[in-house]
Design a protein around this ligand. Structure first.
Ligand code: GLY
Length: 573
């Protein structure tokens, strides 16, 4: 078994080395990059989970839009053609890089709890969580943020009005799109929930049953809602007839939304989390995402381990131990930053990572029970991600969600939109796993107008030579997928490689490594088991990653779309 390499192989301390690196990287990024940046990207790259969405983005670029306008077109088209994963009844994070001045921000359009929500709203008389209420039907829905986010993007960052950038989505909602393999597979899982709601059944099923692949779905009500937004901006969604239909539908079916809840919804701009890793700066999602802080912790822990140089058993062990510790902190510390004090500076500090690293043995797994425990399911098929680089060098990493496939399954009459079930991303009861097996405590308990903790991790990797845009859906597994993609990028590989890599994951609780079928050889599984790890090799894959890269020296742009779901498409044009 290999040994963990010494942190101080260069003769200077990790901290001073990291400080030097940080300064070196910042010099490269702020001084040298503009020199290279005279070579702008030779083409624009868009990679998304559906070919119609990727094409919609390019259509808007060809009409004079920038990456931010294209992001509106891609997001709204995905909301139509991929209801499994996102929608205007859900929320999103868009991480932006503006080429003109290097400004970076994250648009937080996460759903938020309605005003009548309360901590124990999903507990029965015995104090047990009623998971059905938390994931199925209108009580599971947070106030949607996506439309507010699209308007914010258009007004503050785009060049085109929403009436132009929403056109592809409106057209496709009216003319129809075909059921693909992903839609079909996930509908099989959620059909019982969809069947509970007549409008959702009418919209998505064929004569009340599973629609076959190739079945054409038309959504005239959704086209009407998008037209209201195209004409009146977010006001067309959060007030007036659309809002009235949503509130009436939700309340008649047992939900608690009010017109005031919709009117109160506001987009927030958040300063991204930044961490230096090797020669790169990682720019990533801040709270209410847990992804950026967890990624920063993991990268800080593994910084001196040089994991990509280790044999596969030791590499996996070290990454898993770092994942375990970061997911523990996720459970304890993270929640909506407007409601809880998150020690961001501490959690992302290399000194803090030193303490976590010190508890890692090179030859043994640390049982999570030395820290807490439980067991659960998911496969990471919800949510969606896309990546854009335009010919000016603007970049967008966007991850959007309705939470579980088809969200809550509930469609308010006359709207064509599915309400999310993001309330299940709160901790309904301390230490009790949610649908992703994720646990949480007070920091992520339900409160009125609070945003549930997310794992969505849209990210950039930036150096003076290369820029990467990366992210994926996959619930609790998002963070570890992005981590593995980043490590592959750092090794010099292209987006096609990041998105295709076999994946493994550990989230502290349950205490086991889960692996895709091709992630480990039998020898690696044996080696990990000998260290005390439980390894579950799954029969199914997970995630749906879409990434893009710009080489500043050559101007070349490339993109990759996850081969796990064939409807995705990366187009460089
Ligand atoms: N609903 C998945 C997430 O936000 O992490």
């Amino acid at each position: 078994m290999g040994k963990i390499p010494a942190a101080d192989s260069s003769g200077c301390s990790l901290k001073s080395k990291m400080t030097f690196r940080a300064i070196f990287c910042l010099v490269l990024i702020t001084v040298a990059a503009p020199l290279w940046a005279v070579s702008t990207p030779d083409k624009a790259a868009i990679a998304s989970a559906h070919f119609l969405a990727t094409e919609a983005g390019h259509e808007i670029l060809s009409k004079g839009g920038n990456a931010f306008d294209a992001a509106i077109a891609v997001s709204s088209t995905l909301a139509v053609v991929e209801p499994t994963s996102s929608g205007i009844g859900g929320g999103a994070f868009w991480l932006l890089h503006r080429a003109a001045d290097g400004f970076q921000t994250m648009i937080d359009a996460r759903e938020q709890a309605p005003g009548a929500a309360h901590r124990d709203m999903y507990l029965d008389e015995e104090g047990n969580v009623n998971r059905d209420l938390a994931i199925n039907g209108p009580l599971a829905g947070g106030i949607p943020g996506e439309i507010a986010g699209l308007e914010h993007l258009a007004v503050h960052y785009g060049r085109l009005p929403l009436s132009v950038s929403l056109q592809p989505a409106i057209r496709i909602a009216r003319d129809g799109f075909k059921v693909d393999e992903k839609f079909h597979a996930l509908m099989k899982w959620r059909i019982d929930t969809i069947k509970r709601w007549p409008e959702a059944s009418e919209a998505y099923l064929a004569d009340g049953e599973m629609p076959p692949v190739g079945h054409v779905i038309k959504l005239p009500d959704l086209a009407w809602v998008l037209e209201q937004v195209a004409e009146r901006g977010a006001e067309g969604f959060y007030a007036g007839p659309v809002a009235e239909r949503m509130v009436k539908g939700v309340r008649e079916a047992g939900g608690i939304w009010t017109m005031e809840d919709l009117a109160a919804y506001k987009v927030k701009e958040r300063e991204p989390i930044r961490v230096i890793h090797g020669d790169y700066e990682l720019v990533t999602a801040p709270p209410p995402s847990s992804g950026g802080i967890a990624l920063a912790e993991i990268l800080n822990i593994i910084e001196p381990f040089r994991v990509n140089e280790q044999d596969p058993v030791l590499r996996t062990h070290l990454l898993v131990e770092a994942m375990r510790r970061a997911y523990r902190d996720r459970a304890i510390y993270l929640g909506d930053p407007d409601f809880v004090n998150i020690p961001v500076a501490m959690l992302t500090n290399p000194y803090y990572a030193d303490g976590l690293r010190a508890s890692i043995r090179p030859d043994r797994a640390t049982p999570s029970s030395m820290l807490a425990g439980n067991d659960q399911l998911p496969d990471g098929t919800d949510t969606t991600h896309f990546s854009i680089i335009d010919t000016e060098g603007n970049m967008v990493a966007a991850t959007l969600t309705v939470n579980l496939p088809f969200g809550s399954g509930f469609m308010p009459p006359g709207t064509g939109l599915l309400i999310n079930n993001e309330m299940d991303d709160f901790s309904a009861k301390k230490g009790e796993p949610n649908a992703y097996g994720l646990i949480g405590f007070t920091a992520n308990e339900i409160q009125p107008y609070k945003r549930p903790l997310s794992s969505m991790t849209p990210s950039f990797m930036i150096s003076g030579e290369k820029r990467a845009v990366i992210g994926t859906p996959g619930g609790s597994r998002i963070i570890t997928m992005v981590l593995l993609g980043i490590l592959d990028f750092v090794q010099g590989n292209q987006p096609e490689s990041w998105v295709s890599l076999p994946r493994f994951h550990h989230q502290y609780v349950p205490d086991k490594i889960s692996a895709e079928p091709d992630a480990f050889s039998p020898e690696v599984v044996e080696g990990l088991q000998a260290m005390g790890h439980e390894v579950e090799v799954r029969s199914r894959t997970w995630g749906n990653m879409h990434g893009a890269m710009w080489n500043l020296e050559t101007g070349e742009v490339s993109a990759g779309s996850d081969p796990r779901w064939p409807s995705g498409r990366a187009i460089v044009r």
